[in-house]
Design a protein around this ligand. Sequence first.
Ligand code: NAD
Length: 303
Amino acid sequence: MSCKIIFAKEISASYREELKTTIKSRRIKPKLVGFLANEDPASIKYAECTLKTCEETGILFELRKCNREELEDQIIKANEDDSIHGIMVYYPVFGDLQDKYLQNVVSVTKDVEGLCNFYQNIPFLDEEPIKNCIIPCTPLAIIKVLEYIRVYNPVFLSGNRLHDRVITIINRSGIVGQPLAALLANEGGKVYSVDINNIQEIYRETGLKLKKYEVRNTNLKLEEILPISDVVITGVPTSSYKVPTVLLRNGVIAINFSAFKNFEDNVKEKASIYVPTVGKITIAMLERNLLKLYDSQLSLRNE
Ligand code: NAD
């Protein structure tokens, strides 16, 4: 089978172009501050890419390095600084519940990553009906991937466009896997959410009987869900983790957002589409979120 490999650069190009034109024509200078309080190579690379893309699109990006004990005070200071329109933090910082707490220290008016108080079980959660809701960047980037490759079926109404799609997400972190599962289940998908401990089934019942999705633990094993999954999305943060190609169904859509390659090299023998990384799309979504925040701060000041 011939597999099409789609790179994040291709998908993000139109968003980057749109951002550049908007910022130039409006003659604005939105400012984003990123806090780096870890030594994680993936975070450092992400920060470098963010700086490069922001320079290209006309956004001011300032990286502030600090130690993790100072971080909360630094965030509070940035919350109060009117010259800053968006704040992001490179996680993990403490790698435990303290990170969840820090997500909520960022003011909701500056939370460019959409991590504070993200309400997960909203039916019809797409960009149109809730224009002012900031959707977390990486889940939003993955949605853009799924739209680009036409996994969303436009024949159905908004809210049902993933009807009958079976999607496995191997990651249940609060910043990516959980919100992504919520967004896809709300759109009608049947989601298997896999983490190191168990597998959950998240969906609105057969025939989309329910308006809101339900979450249940399942006894199904990865060996049973991979062969029935139309889309497999992976985000396991270790180089040793590999999804066994042999278990994937023919024609699967394989998307990796981990900093490591979670699919085996021979994934191309089974997949119809393979997206090896999404980082560049995530940054484009981060910038779009920043513009939304810039505009809502502007209208708040003008009230
Ligand atoms: P995390 O450590 O918070 O979460 C990892 C998740 O993987 C957890 O749900 C854990 O249970 C699960 N997991 C770990 N080992 C597993 C296994 N053997 N089987 C099944 N599940 C397993 O990490 P995170 O913040 O979600 O980041 C994950 C990866 O994604 C990292 O490599 C990170 O660099 C990358 N990332 C990329 C982007 C992007 O836009 N490209 C954005 C965020 C994170």
